[in-house]
Design a protein around this ligand. Structure first.
Ligand SMILES: Cc1ncc(COP(=O)(O)O)c(C=O)c1O
Length: 392
């Protein structure tokens, strides 16, 4: 493929297991050497000072040098990124937290942080001339892919659990996607996608089975640093399913250290929260199982957390270990309480996944793992409006 006008500083794609390098100018899925995720690596000697950002538009594309899109004309954007970091002042006062805020990803197109990864992946699909994309989804990623495919003029097939709330299905169809429903969880949808790929020609956008979504998601990490004036918080609490956001945010921090934008000595502890109904990473972290391969999960009101066998579990565990973090689970009932409490106290209607971070904070504070004097950042990954049929 001929590179025309690249702003990207991408250097190569790298197998996460054996570190073998792959070309960034050919469409990629998982590594052919080890069957593991491919990770985008960049050239850090090229000049990219952080003050170059000052006059750029407030979207995730302001970090274009650190994104893998080769030709700007292939960008498929609906205005994703640069979501606000909001102070949770009432809750902070009530519970005596010195510095409590939330990065609110519900401001993204299609109402969730999935917009970032899918904007990136569908831009790359367009760059490589892909005609048809397919995704197994717990809900939000499917809606985002359908929207970006509509904008790009690419055919979209979304495979989603039957029990997912109706609004997630309706939005896919409104965006013109073909919707396939499967009895089971996202892992069963993944099996259906694998089967369909045998007879059709699709670009498979499954979580971390291509190297681009993570690059879109990592822009949350760049934004957290930029919006907090390049001083990272002490703790970030993140609701993890497939783990793209967690891995992406941590990747952004490593890249910003290389760029000389942040201090390597002050990185946050990354805390994973999962649903009690489906918490494979928590169980692996607590050594209840060697890994998630045999884990059997149940549905959760937080659809995005019902991922029983995340492909990149070992990468999530690495982030927890490297950052001094921890993994914890919360129940569906607690998430509903959290949604209601935050709505009443702060006027924010957040997703149950986002509310899980608030409940996790209280539990970890109670046992002394997080102190009220720390700077705490919660991630609300999606809009609560899509979940109302299960909440009120
Ligand atoms: C609202 C929401 N939060 C969190 C997640 C988990 O995302 P990740 O794959 O980054 O762990 C999802 C995934 O579907 C989601 O929709």
């Amino acid at each position: 493929m001929k590179v025309i006008a690249s702003q990207s500083h991408i250097s190569y794609l790298q197998c996460h297991a054996c570190k073998k390098a792959y070309s960034p100018t050919e469409i990629a899925s998982i590594s052919t050497c080890c069957g593991r995720p491919l990770i985008a690596r960049y050239e850090f000697n090229d000049y990219f000072p952080k003050n170059a950002l000052v006059s750029r538009p407030a979207t995730m594309w302001r970090y274009a040098e650190m994104l893998p899109l080769l030709d700007i004309k292939n960008r498929v954007s609906l205005g994703e990124g640069f979501t606000p970091i909001l102070k949770l002042q009432k809750l902070a006062t009530k519970y005596s937290y010195r510095n409590l805020s939330m990065k609110d990803e519900s401001y993204n197109p299609t109402g969730s942080f999935k917009a970032r990864g899918l904007s990136m992946a569908i831009s790359k699909a367009k760059e490589f001339g892909v005609q048809s994309c397919i995704i197994p989804t717990a809900g939000n990623a499917g809606g985002a892919m359908a929207a970006y495919c509509a904008s790009a003029g690419i055919e979209a097939t979304v495979v989603m659990p039957t029990h997912t709330p109706k609004i997630f299905k309706d939005e896919c169809e409104l965006f013109g996607a073909k919707l396939i429903l499967v009895n089971g969880l996202i892992s069963d949808c993944g099996k259906k996608v694998a089967e369909m790929k045998k007879s059709g020609s699709y670009f498979d956008v499954s979580t971390i089975k291509e190297p681009y979504r993570i690059e879109g998601k990592k822009t949350m990490g760049y934004e957290i640093a930029e919006q907090l004036n390049w001083q990272l918080p002490d703790v970030i609490i993140y609701p993890a399913g497939g783990g793209t956001g967690l891995i992406g945010i941590w990747k952004a921090f490593q890249e910003m250290i290389e760029l000389g934008w942040i201090d390597a000595k002050k990185l946050p502890r990354m805390i994973v929260v999962q649903a009690e109904n489906c918490c494979p990473v928590v169980d692996t972290w607590n050594k209840k199982q060697p890994n998630c391969l045999q884990y059997v999960g149940k549905p959760s009101i937080a659809n995005g957390l019902a991922v029983p066998n995340p492909f990149a579990e070992n990468m999530m565990i690495e982030v927890l270990r490297d950052s001094g973090g921890i993994a914890i689970s919360v129940s569906d009932q607690e998430m509903i309480m959290g949604v209601k409490e935050i709505a009443k106290a702060e006027g924010l209607l957040i997703s149950p996944e986002g509310a899980a971070t608030w409940i996790a904070l209280q539990k970890l504070h109670e046992v002394g793992i997080i102190s009220e004097s720390e700077e705490i950042l919660l991630l609300n990954t999606g809009s609560g409006y899509k979940y109302l049929e299960n909440i009120v």
